[in-house]
Design a protein around this ligand. Structure first.
Ligand code: PEP
Ligand code: MG
Length: 861
């Protein structure tokens, strides 16, 4: 069988005896439901790549994967029958999803004896998954095959549209295990997510079933959509409270139904906008706006003054005609891969900044990018002779038009997301990052005054990398407060007005404006009085910030002379530099897991030393509290392949992880003990709930320090973030050098409210008297052994809470670096004696609201 430009030769992925598919002891493979192919009864234990390609999908259980060849053919490789039920036992993948491999590269190693003992059969299947586009022209299905040497299948383009990535089936369909594939399970679900089935719940539902061997469709109003297609899901316009039917097939159909139903029944969708009351401003009394004023919709608060500057979209204009179907398909495929990588990077960067809403936007864009409806539409145009750029632009415009036409405002806001993907891919095809950086580098008038940046509608990629110092506010002709650009503006802290209408288009570049994000008004050419009032408010706020920053480089003492250390929480070297610039006395919490969440493999001893050394060097003589890896719950590391948990926040997270992977913490401790810092480094253990855990790791740290000739007396502290730890503070304090209270988790576990559940955000108040009692128990327990107590949860940066914490005996506050100046300023306004006297009263109150009310009275912020 000779390979030509139209044929693909697939080599045997395993050493073994070749069999026809019909001989596979499972009807679904045997009847070719997963495509045409061949089976092998293995004599070897390493599955190798039958051709060059990219790993399109790897089952979480490591027993199967789909490889996409450069021509677009998708090759399903499935080791054994019913092996999904082994949940990874006996399988060691050598690649990850997205890995590019060469023919013959190892893909999966497996322990043949172990798998054979537990599974129905070891017979392994290789099949062409996108049979609508590729056909098996020739095959060898008898005799002995050598892995990576014997040609067993010859595959030919069938000439269908789907040969391009357009035909990408839902990844979960690639490796659906055979046993239950034919049976369809159904379930009725009532949508609880606020706003109905909009993009993020849809994306999360889709993500929840990834890795499961199942396909799911959602039926509503006589129509249906595959979970693989976000656009199709949105097009159903299923509202909050709607009853939808889920239909699942495949080996993991039940698990997929559970996972999808759970997401759809979550009461909220992670909407950052819920935090800010968005909406149209009331029109001025008398129904009239002053001349030169437009009313819009407030999307992010704040006041800004500056010249208007129009942001001109620089997305390239592609040629209509293509240069040949193969070339255009290849170009589109490469651009999609590049954009996916960019989005993965943007999402990871947002996560590292602890900006989950922003990270979610880019994760959702990645899901949209895979949308089969979009890809099929583009592929059809390419097949009709159009260029990749033209095809992609038209496909995204058509989808955006469908979404815009929807009555549901949130679905309509998603049109901007689809158009954004259109732009990103066009830029990738043109080999430029265009707008992303042009937005940051907006030209400024002389005097470097920052501008009020205007656009018809910004999209998230326009705002990636936006320079906060050059843009005072964002204003849009269209757009909505739930648009993702609006969410990003809120996260960036930039005032933002949307839906200002066509009147804005009449205002030219350079028009002096006031953007009032608090009252949803935009004023052009404001008169002297208005300008003076706005300028004075802006100036006062800026002056206060500047004064706080100037004073931040000296220690903060209360009015009666008690020194309070104000430190910073950091997660990177950049954060460390920022902390120094903002006047942090020290680092009170280095979240080391953020340094490694997105690596390809577990960090080595050397990785730990290098990253931590760089941070210690950047701190310019300041001490740091280094928390050991706190992976788990909402912080998932792709390289840590642990079985999924039903309640991850209550599972193997923080120091408990060492129970499952002791090497992980050992490597980190060895790495940390090798750091040579100018100032003291302390170790902090997260999620401790028993004294035994502390004793175990103290002993281990001493042993590792002795082994490395390092300081055996390095201080070891405990995070108090589980109620059990607060209640056992005295016992823990006998063996700990210090405590740091993680009020984020302490509140979640005390109030039994998921910290990632926005619907509960308003009630998740760490000033709840129950949480305050646990803080008091912690400081009392610590005092019995002369230990100091800090707070590194978000409560430390809440101006109203600072006097309460001081009053309960906390002596260190560790806050986001940007809050250091204001926190120091707040400490300086307080009398420590007064805080000590009044704080205990607050423990007797009945609610967080009552505590806040009392704080406002006693210590107005
Ligand atoms: C906390 O729980 O308060 C804390 C500081 O840790 P993290 O937010 O990283 O869980
Ligand atoms: Mg925590």
């Amino acid at each position: 069988m000779a390979e030509t430009s139209e044929t693909l030769l697939l080599l045997a992925p395993l050493r073994g005896v070749l069999l026809p598919l019909a001989a596979v002891p499972d009807p679904v493979f045997a009847e070719g439901l997963f495509g045409e192919g061949v089976a092998i009864d293995p004599l070897g234990d390493t599955l190798v790549a039958p051709c060059d390609g990219v790993v399109l999908h790897l089952a979480a259980t490591g027993h199967a994967l789909t490889l996409q060849a450069p021509c677009g053919a998708q090759v399903l490789l499935h080791v054994g029958i019913d092996t999904v039920s082994l949940r990874g036992d006996g399988f060691t993948p050598c690649v990850a999803q997205g890995t590019a491999v060469r023919q013959g590269d190892p893909l999966i190693r497996f322990d043949a004896d172990r798998v054979a003992r537990q599974a129905r059969s070891l017979v392994t299947v290789m099949a062409v998954a996108n049979g609508n586009a590729f056909a098996v022209a020739d095959r060898t299905d008898a005799g002995l095959a050598e892995a990576g040497r014997t040609v067993v299948l010859q595959v030919r383009v069938a000439g269908a549209v789907g040969a391009a990535p357009a035909a990408t089936p839902a990844p979960q369909a690639d490796v659906a295990d055979v046993t239950h594939a034919a049976a369809t399970r159904r379930r009725t679900v009532t949508l609880a997510c606020a706003g109905g089935l909009h993009a993020r719940p849809a994306a999360r539902a889709r993500a929840a079933m990834q890795g499961l061997d199942a396909t799911v469709t959602l039926h509503y109003g006589g129509r249906q959509a595959s979970l693989a297609s976000l656009v199709a899901l949105l097009a159903l316009s299923a509202d909050e409270g709607a009853t939808v039917e889920l239909a699942a097939s495949g080996r993991d159909a039940d698990a997929a139904l559970d996972a999808v139903a759970r997401e759809l029944q979550r009461t909220d969708a992670g909407e950052a906008h819920a935090v800010f009351p968005v909406g149209a401003a009331p029109v001025a009394p008398g129904g009239e706006l002053p001349p030169g004023c437009i009313a819009g919709v407030a999307a992010a608060p704040g006041l800004a003054i500056g010249p208007l500057h129009w942001w001109r979209d620089t997305a390239p204009d592609p040629d209509q005609a293509g240069q040949g179907v193969d070339a255009e398909r290849a170009a589109l495929r490469a651009a999609l891969v590049a954009v996916d990588a960019q989005l993965a990077h943007d999402s990871a960067a947002a996560e590292a900044r602890r900006a989950p809403a922003e990270a979610g936007i880019f994760a959702m864009h990645r899901a949209l990018l895979e949308d089969p409806a979009l890809r099929q539409a583009a592929a059809a145009l390419i097949d009709a002779g159009k260029s990749a750029g033209f095809a992609w632009r038209e496909a995204t415009r058509a989808e955006a038009a469908t979404l815009s036409a929807m009555v549901d405002r949130r679905a309509a806001d998603r049109a901007a997301d689809v158009l954004d993907l259109g732009k990103r891919v066009l830029r990738a095809l043109a080999g430029s990052h265009g707008a992303v950086h042009a937005a940051a580098g907006v030209p400024l008038a002389d005097g470097a005054q920052s501008v009020v940046l205007a656009a018809d509608e910004f999209t998230p990629s326009d705002l990636t990398g936006l320079d906060r110092n050059r843009v005072a506010a964002l204003v849009m002709v269209r757009g909505g407060p739930t648009a993702h650009a609006a969410i990003m503006a809120r996260q960036l802290g930039i005032p933002c007005l949307v839906a200002l209408g066509g009147a804005l288009e009449q205002w030219p570049d350079g028009t002096p404006v006031i953007a009032d994000g608090d009252n949803a008004r935009l004023y052009a050419d404001p008169d002297a009085d208005l300008l003076a009032a706005a300028a004075s408010t802006v100036a006062l706020r800026a002056q206060q910030r500047q004064a706080d920053l100037r004073a931040a480089h000296t220690a903060a003492c209360t009015r009666d002379g008690v020194r309070i250390e104000v430190a910073a929480n950091i997660g990177s070297v950049d954060d460390a530099r920022h902390a120094v610039a903002q006047g942090a006395d020290a680092v009170g919490l280095l979240r080391t897991e953020l340094l490694f969440l997105h690596g390809a493999a577990a960090p080595t001893v050397g990785d730990h030393t290098a990253r931590c050394q760089a941070i210690a060097d950047a701190l310019d003589g300041r001490s740091a509290i280094v928390r050991t890896l706190d992976i788990g719950a909402d912080k998932d590391a792709a390289w840590l392949r642990l079985p999924p948990e039903d309640n991850p926040a209550l599972g193997l997270r923080g120091v408990r992880l060492a129970q499952a992977c002791p090497q992980l913490l050992d490597d980190q401790l060895r790495g940390l003990l090798a750091v040579r810092a100018q100032a003291r480094l302390r170790i902090l253990l997260p999620m401790v709930s028993e004294v035994g855990e502390l004793l175990h790791w103290r002993t281990r740290i001493r042993a590792l320090a002795a082994e490395a000739g390092a300081d055996a007396g390095i201080e070891v502290g405990v995070m108090i973030e589980v109620p059990a730890a607060a209640l056992l503070a005295e016992q823990l304090a006998a063996h700990a050098d210090f405590f740091s209270i993680g009020t984020n988790d302490l509140t979640q576990y005390t109030l039994a409210m998921d910290r990632c559940q926005p619907a509960l955000a308003a009630r998740m108040d760490a000033l709840h008297p129950a949480v305050l009692r646990l803080i008091a128990a912690t400081t009392e327990g610590a005092a019995r052994h002369g230990r100091w107590v800090g707070v590194c949860g978000a409560l430390a940066g809440d101006a109203l809470a600072v006097p309460v914490l001081l009053g309960l005996g906390v002596t260190e506050l560790s806050v986001d670096a940007g809050l250091v100046p204001a926190t120091k300023a707040r400490v300086r306004t307080l009398s420590h004696a007064d805080c000590r006297q009044r704080a205990p009263e607050l423990l007797q109150l009945a609610s967080a609201a009552a505590v806040r009310e009392a704080c406002r009275r006693y210590w107005p912020a």
